[in-house]
Design a protein around this ligand. Structure first.
Ligand code: AMP
Length: 113
């Protein structure tokens, strides 16, 4: 989708600090980090969010987690990190292209705000 910022990043049409890319997913630094490490892992194919995932998406969804785990180790936060998916405006989703937040490098509280 040409008006989707994450599609534009995936396609190399918008700037981003990309850390990982394969034929299914792309990972890059969040523009407004909420922790010393704050990465986003996104499917290359446009999917608006969790509400749109369905049968056939299992490999891609699994890949998001495997890449997150690998990047957490590479970023030296393997001892403790938080994975977040905001689904819908009420939960704070602001970019409507599915993404997994990987946050680490500081303590996190529960419940989240
Ligand atoms: P969410 O609020 O869960 O939809 O998360 C969207 C995230 O995308 C936020 O943490 C933003 O800081 C981040 N973001 C928005 N635009 C960009 C961009 N151009 N490059 C990197 N991260 C972005």
């Amino acid at each position: 989708m040409s008006d989707c910022i994450f599609c534009r990043i995936v396609q190399g049409q918008a700037p981003a600090r990309i850390l990982y890319r394969d034929d299914e997913v792309t990972a890059f630094h969040d523009l407004h980090p909420q922790a010393p490490v704050h990465l986003l892992i996104v499917p290359n194919r446009h999917i608006a969010g969790v509400a749109e995932v369905g049968p056939g998406d299992e490999p891609m969804l699994g890949k998001l987690f495997i890449v997150a785990r690998r990047l957490a180790e590479e970023m030296d936060i393997g001892d403790g990190y938080r994975l977040v998916v905001n689904s819908g405006p009420l939960a704070g989703q602001s970019v409507f292209h599915l993404h997994l937040h990987l946050l680490g490098g500081r303590p996190f509280r529960w419940p989240p705000g």
